[in-house]
Each structure stands twice: as C-alpha cells, then as structure tokens.
Design a protein around this ligand. Structure first.
Ligand code: FES
Length: 147
C-alpha cells in the first residue's frame, strides 16, 4: 500500500490538529468499520464564514491526512462552500488514497457535517443541503464507552 507524497506530508505534519475553546459547533463521529473516532471544532463568524477549524482523532494515518486536508479546505469558506468539501474532494486534493483506506476519509467529511449541524442547532438556523449526521456521538455516550 503506497501513500502519495501529499498524504505523507499531511500525516507527518498535520494542519489544524488540536482543540478549540468555545467553538461555534463541534461534531464527533465514529467509523463503523474500524471504530476510530474523529472530532471537529468550527469557529464560524456572523457572516457565516468558517474562521477557524481544529480536529482531533483516534484514527489511522489516512484519517489524520484527510482531516488535515479537509480542515485546510474549509477554512475561510462559507458554510455552503464547506458543505461541498466531500471526501472525494479531499482524496483528490491528496492525490488519491489506497482503495482500502477510502473509508477513513469519510470521517472528516462526516465530522465537519456534524459540527455544522451542531452550529445550526445552537443558532436555530437551517443549513440548506445539510442532513442530520447519523453517527454523531454525544459526550455522555462516549464516556459510557458505548462506541
Ligand atoms: Fe480507522 Fe482509517 S482505519 S480511520
């Protein structure tokens, strides 16, 4: 299995890894295939621009690299533009992923969507085209180690 140079770069030097105090929205999702977990924090301003984004993961190299790239792609974008950052777009930006690792790239997209959903709920708004995340993990469930 060979990773592209870009995947190796984002894995060894991940961008936007960490946590955020008082995020506008936070989403935590799990990967059903491997049980790995991803959390994304978004800082969204009054103009609906994603000002900052951070991620934390218990995921593999591909999950780290795709999250790093995904966070770079959503930073500075509008909410609608951020929604267009699909796992396909992220894989393409990384010059591809080995086929058996493509499921790992879904974590980033799902966590961003879950964080946007959290933001929408907190602010009582509807984000057009955003569906309720299926795999969002709530803190209490995580603490209870149900996942
Ligand atoms: Fe779990 Fe890649 S193997 S995220």
């Amino acid at each position: 299995m060979a990773y592209s140079d870009k995947v190796m770069d984002h894995f060894t030097n991940p961008r936007n890894m960490g946590e955020m105090d008082n995020p506008s929205g936070v989403g935590t999702v799990g990967n059903a295939q491997c049980g790995d977990i991803m959390r994304v924090y978004l800082d969204i301003d009054d103009e609906n621009i994603v000002r900052d984004v951070k991620f934390k993961t218990f995921g593999c190299a591909a999950a780290v690299a795709t999250s790093s790239m995904a966070t770079e792609l959503v930073k500075g974008k509008t909410i609608q533009e951020a929604l267009q950052v699909t796992n396909d777009a992220v894989c393409e930006a990384l010059d591809g992923l080995p086929a058996i690792k493509v499921h790992c790239s879904l974590l980033a997209e799902e966590a961003i969507h879950a964080a946007l959903w959290d933001y929408a709920e907190k602010n009582g708004i509807v984000i057009e085209g955003l569906e309720k995340p299926k795999t969002d993990i709530h803190e209490d469930e995580e603490d209870a180690e149900e996942y």
